[in-house]
Ligand binder design. Structure first.
Ligand code: GSH
Length: 288
């Protein structure tokens, strides 16, 4: 979506099609009886292939961080995706999008299923009666995050050509692009800005009937507040999985004009919720 713009065009030009390697089936029961929850969180081999600025990746990262799960990040270059193509698991080469989470050699794709799988694994370690399965309301919350907050990300970041250039300035210095040569970076930045502006204007906004993306984003924030029902978090006194997911997606907007506008235009209680989530997620985070 962000770095993805460039990848979109790079992939069109790619040759040498490799046969797709299907993902191995993943059985959470493999994790039964592997010790304590705390040991699970610290001792697995977990690798997150990601773009630092991608909202889907930020959602997964926030979830892992909030739960104190140790993992290693691999920043994928959206231009050539070498990190996936030459990754240790052959299935990685077939993954079209990030985030991709590899847990003990098992490749998992798609942000919400990744979160659901890890949540279920953690429940295997919790004693009977203390499990925290996702409720229907949690699933609805996750759906809201994906269909409202995430869907409004690109239309807001690339709202005008100026916004799109500003967004790519930020992406250029906060992604794998930062390690490219100045020429590649400059070219990618402007190609990316033009492409994302056009894709957003002529594809995404039409597809989702988006006329005023800022207003729709402010409305989504207001609706999020109603879902808190006057409590500190959507989950009540403690954050639930949708709180963490929503925070992760919105965190991806930090550094862009969109985030400054949210701060200036939505109910200050929304920022209170965000800042408290930020504090808690950062306090819980560990890096492998
Ligand atoms: N359904 C996926 C969507 C992820 C997605 O669209 N990621 C974008 C990056 S923000 C991507 O990888 N785009 C393709 C590309 O960069 O080539 C998920 O929830 O993880």
């Amino acid at each position: 979506m962000t770095g993805g713009a460039v990848a979109y065009f790079a992939s069109a030009a790619r040759s040498g099609k490799q046969p797709a390697v299907p993902l191995k089936s993943f059985d959470i029961n493999d994790y039964k009886g592997m010790g304590s929850l705390e040991a699970f969180k610290k001792q697995q081999d977990i690798v997150l292939y990601q773009y630092e600025t991608c909202p889907f990746c930020n959602k997964v990262r926030a979830y892992l961080d909030y739960n104190g799960i140790a993992y290693r990040k691999v920043e994928v270059n959206p231009m050539h995706k070498k990190q996936l193509k030459q990754g240790p698991q052959p299935e990685l080469a077939s993954c079209g999008t990030v985030p991709v989470l590899v847990i003990n050699g098992h490749v998992l794709i798609d942000s919400t299923p990744i979160i659901k799988n890890i949540n279920e694994i953690m429940n295997l370690y919790r004693p009977q009666g203390q499990q925290q399965p996702l409720s229907e309301d949690d699933i609805a919350g996750l759906e809201f995050v994906d269909t409202r907050f995430i869907r409004l990300t690109a239309p807001n970041l690339y709202r005008s050509f100026g916004d799109s250039v500003a967004a790519f300035e930020y992406i250029a210095s906060n992604s794998q692009m930062a390690s490219e040569s100045a020429v590649t970076r400059g070219a990618t930045k402007y190609v990316g800005a033009v492409m994302m502006y056009l894709i957003t204007k002529y594809k995404l906004n039409k597809k989702y009937n988006i006329v005023d993306p800022r207003k729709m984003l402010y409305d989504a924030c207001a609706e999020w507040m109603t879902q808190l029902r006057g409590q500190p978090f959507r989950g009540g006194q403690q954050p639930s999985v949708p709180d963490v997911a929503a925070y992760g997606v919105l965190r991806a907007l930090r550094g862009y004009r969109t985030f400054d506008d949210i701060q200036a235009n939505v109910d200050p209680k929304f920022m209170q919720w965000f800042n408290e989530m930020d504090r808690r997620v950062n306090a819980a985070a560990i890096q492998a």
